[in-house]
Write a protein that binds this ligand. Structure first.
Ligand code: ADP
Ligand code: TYD
Length: 205
């Protein structure tokens, strides 16, 4: 593949949307053609849209295995019709979330991690994966500030986010690929600078 495939991951509120945007702008300033994307996919008619509206919004009423299969199907479709064609044209693709999310969220809900890994085995490895690591308390604070949210679910959510954070950090040992864990508990500019250092080193010429 000619283009670079970059993935940004992290717990909700860790800053993936913010950092993806800054990275895209930096790449575009260098005249790179960038495709900025996201999982679950959002566009009308996509599997990700069904997941968003039916599976996740209904508070995970379905089993974690059913949800894992839906995310995996969304991912392969996303690869086939968006990611791979862009990489073949030499574009840089940046995805906010990828199979790493499935390997932390669905096991945290009870799915077997090895099985989740297996059902994602046809999803090509990213060239670089950045995991933004932020304490659960900080990520919840950021989400509350962003969404002006209610605090009623905060304690339930805190324990869950702590579990997710731990699983993210452990991924580095489980997956044989190019993963960088970046300390996200600093200013937006400092985190961006660290991400750039990785990207400058890793981008294909
Ligand atoms: P995510 O996409 O991971 O859920 P966002 O990028 O939407 O997270 O960030 C969540 C909120 O936190 C936003 O309001 C954003 O402006 C803010 N934020 C992002 N990064 C930082 C940071 N390093 N320090 C403080 N606030 C941040
Ligand atoms: P996301 O769209 O990033 O959240 P939002 O747009 O609401 O900020 O993701 C929705 C949720 O889906 C998020 O909590 C992570 C979860 N998720 C999984 O559980 N498994 C997956 O494979 C993916 C891609 C996301």
């Amino acid at each position: 593949m000619k283009g670079d495939f970059l993935v940004i991951e992290g717990i909700d509120g860790s800053g993936t949307t913010t950092q993806k945007k800054l990275l895209c702008e930096w790449l575009e300033d260098r005249e790179e053609e960038v495709v900025s994307t996201h999982e679950p996919t959002r566009e009308e008619g996509r599997i990700g849209n069904i997941i968003r509206n039916r599976l996740v919004q209904d508070k995970y009423d379905y089993s974690p295995e059913t949800i894992a299969l839906a995310f995996a199907a969304d991912r392969l479709a996303h690869l086939e019709d968006r990611i791979i064609p862009a990489l073949e044209q030499g574009k840089t693709v940046i995805s906010d979330r990828y199979y790493h999310s499935s390997m932390v969220y669905q096991p945290e809900h009870g799915a077997d991690i090895e099985w989740v890994k297996k059902i994602n085995r046809y999803a090509r490895k990213p060239d670089v994966t950045i995991i933004i690591d932020v304490p659960a308390e900080e990520s919840i604070k950021r989400q509350m500030d962003r969404d002006g949210g209610e605090s009623s679910i905060i304690f339930e959510n805190l324990e869950f986010q702590k579990g997710i954070r731990k699983r993210y950090v452990e991924l580095e040992e489980i997956l044989d690929e190019n993963i960088y864990i970046i300390d996200g508990n600093r200013s937006i500019e400092e985190v961006h600078k660290d991400i750039l250092e990785v990207i400058k080193r890793e981008l294909k010429e």
